[in-house]
Design a binder for this molecule. Structure first.
Ligand code: SF4
Ligand code: SF4
Length: 179
């Protein structure tokens, strides 16, 4: 059975569309007078809040040592399988040889990364940190896979108050830089 829906008849004014045009112009002019909320990106950049989670990076400690011990926890937890860690041994003649492992290779595929921060949360060494970079672009898929050198270049140094891997126990020795 078909149903006929009665349509409301338009008034004379409604048929001229003048009220709708005035209503639209009113909204346009009202927004013109409001303070600007848009940016001319990329010439203008937004101010990021503290703790912003941008692209993941690898960081070194205040002594320039890589903090990562290639435990692969970040690789296992990453929901988008963006991380690949190849564990390796620290050179026997290094003063940090007692730490046993450091990554031989470390890759993050930025095309897969969803900036969730799970890798940072799980890292026992605070070695992987999401920093302020949010605008990633490249000409090929390959260049969007960042290797260890690129990740350290983006991450830089992040000194820890606790010198976890220092062999020196006394504060005096630490202050003299003997570690
Ligand atoms: S931020 Fe999330 S998606 Fe990106 S590498 Fe870390 S765990 Fe993986
Ligand atoms: S970045 Fe952290 S969680 Fe990932 S392998 Fe290195 S030490 Fe482990």
């Amino acid at each position: 059975m078909s149903i006929t829906v009665d349509r409301k008849k338009l008034s004379f004014l409604e048929r001229t569309y003048i009220p709708q045009i005035i209503g639209g112009l009113y909204i346009t002019f009202r927004n013109m007078l409001k303070s600007k909320v848009t940016l001319s990106y990329p010439d203008q950049r937004p101010t990021l809040p503290p703790g912003y989670r941008g692209a993941p990076t690898l960081v070194k400690d205040g002594d320039g040592r890589e903090k990562c011990v290639s435990c692969q926890l970040c690789e296992f937890i990453c929901p988008s399988k963006a991380i690949r860690v190849t564990p390796g041994a620290i050179k026997a003649d290094s003063k940090y040889a007692f730490i046993e492992k450091a990554p031989q290779a470390f890759e993050i595929n930025m095309l897969r990364c969803i900036f969730c921060g799970m890798c940072q949360e799980v890292c026992p060494e605070k070695a992987i940190v999401l920093q302020n970079e949010f605008s990633l672009a490249g000409f090929s898929r390959e260049e969007m896979v960042r290797d260890k050198a690129a990740l350290y270049a983006a991450g830089g140094t992040m000194p820890d108050k606790i010198k976890k891997w220092s062999r020196v126990k006394s504060n005096e020795e630490l202050e003299r830089g003997e570690h």
